[in-house]
Ligand binder design. Structure first.
Ligand SMILES: Cc1ncc(C[n+]2csc(CCOP(=O)(O)OP(=O)(O)O)c2C)c(N)n1
Ligand SMILES: [Mg+2]
Length: 343
């Protein structure tokens, strides 16, 4: 499914009919995650933070789905979806503090970077073992259903997770019990270095859903309006008692798997998505062209970019300062604890 056509115009049959303000909000959210990713990668290379797993190239899949879910719906993330948390109004400063593991980090540095959580924003904690969040999500959805609440759950996971046991257990359960859940599968072509064709024999990931009688579709994950329209339909189905929906979001991981990865070791062709670091894929270029075309707001975009850059730089400087201020106390506390344990 695609809404934004090759020439940048919108398919009138599928256009979700957003206002210019809503389109600008989507655009800003996508650009913001890209800028934040860029900054965090630089900070990691400077040795200031340990690790970052970004969403370069996958912004539309994440933001489009987040925008379709209502505030009362739960988001169960994989690990690349902080853009969805920020979309819900989570403070950027708190996220960057978490990346530094400083005193402003809700986990106080006791979690890996990029393992955010917020009950207030109905965003479950990131669960690092692949696929384990999928049955969690179905459980949350079942709880809402049993209590008769008008809530559903959107769970993100990657192509690789469809090869995990947990994926199949969760899909089976959701199919049998008609759980109000959206399976948001970001097919970015790789599970770290393993191309999707080498980790599953199925032609598509969506066809796995058919075995469990879960409604499934394949959507252009770089077309934010298509993602939003498909996910909205899934939300409607879930809250109207129609059961689960599986959406295969076809996208590209433009960078490495994480800052610990070197895609140059396994991406052979320069034309393979993943080989080029910062260049837009043709789909993304098309998407950007569509925004400019529809909104005629090149200046707004430029100002947005400029403003966001400033905010992100300021935020990371604040986090660094807080880290520097608190780090002695942190080690002091640890020394005291160790001394007490020795006694
Ligand atoms: C059970 C388990 N095995 C292996 C890993 C190491 N690991 C971390 S991310 C990842 C790849 C996951 O790929 P995919 O599901 O496609 O998500 P993507 O990173 O592409 O978004 C692997 C194998 C893990 N976290 N958990
Ligand atoms: Mg993947």
């Amino acid at each position: 499914m695609q809404v934004i056509r090759e020439d940048g115009s919108l398919d009138p049959e599928l256009d979700p009919g957003l206002s210019v303000d809503q389109l600008v909000a989507l655009y800003k959210a996508m650009v913001r995650t890209r800028i934040v990713d860029d900054r965090l990668e630089k900070i990691q290379r400077q040795g200031r933070i340990a690790f970052h797993v970004g969403s370069l190239g996958e912004e539309a899949a994440i933001i489009g789905a987040a925008a379709a879910l209502r505030d009362r719906d739960w988001i169960v993330p994989c690990y690349r979806e902080v853009g969805a948390l920020l979309w819900r109004g989570y403070p950027l400063q708190r996220y960057v503090d978490h990346m530094y593991g400083n005193a402003g980090d809700p986990a106080r540095g006791r979690q890996m970077p990029d393992h955010s959580f917020s009950r207030a924003h109905r965003y479950l904690a990131v669960s690092a073992p692949i696929g384990t969040q999928i049955p969690h999500a179905v459980g949350v959805a079942m709880a809402a259903k049993k209590r008769g609440l008008d809530e559903c759950v959107g769970v993100f996971f990657g192509d690789g997770a469809t090869s995990s046991n947990d994926f199949h257990a969760a899909m089976n359960f959701a199919g049998v019990y008609q759980s109000p859940v959206l399976f948001l599968c970001r097919n970015n072509g790789y599970a770290i270095s393993l191309p999707v064709a080498q980790q599953t024999a199925t032609r598509t990931l969506a066809e796995k859903a058919a075995a469990y009688r879960v409604m499934a579709s394949r959507v252009d994950g770089n077309d934010v309006l298509a993602v939003l329209a498909a996910a909205r339909e899934g939300v409607q189905r879930a809250v109207n008692g129609g059961g689960p929906t599986f959406i295969e979001l076809l996208t590209y991981r433009v960078g490495g798997h994480s800052t610990s990865d070197d895609p140059g070791r396994y991406v052979r062709s320069r034309n393979t998505p993943g080989a080029k670091k910062r260049k837009l894929t043709p789909e993304q270029a098309k998407q950007m062209a569509a925004y400019r075309f529809k909104m005629q707001m090149t200046t707004t975009c430029r100002n947005t970019l400029h403003g966001l850059l400033g905010v992100v730089k300021h935020t990371s400087a604040e986090s660094r300062e807080l880290w520097a201020k608190e780090k002695d106390r942190l080690f002091e506390e640890r020394r005291k604890r160790e001394a007490a344990e020795e006694e």
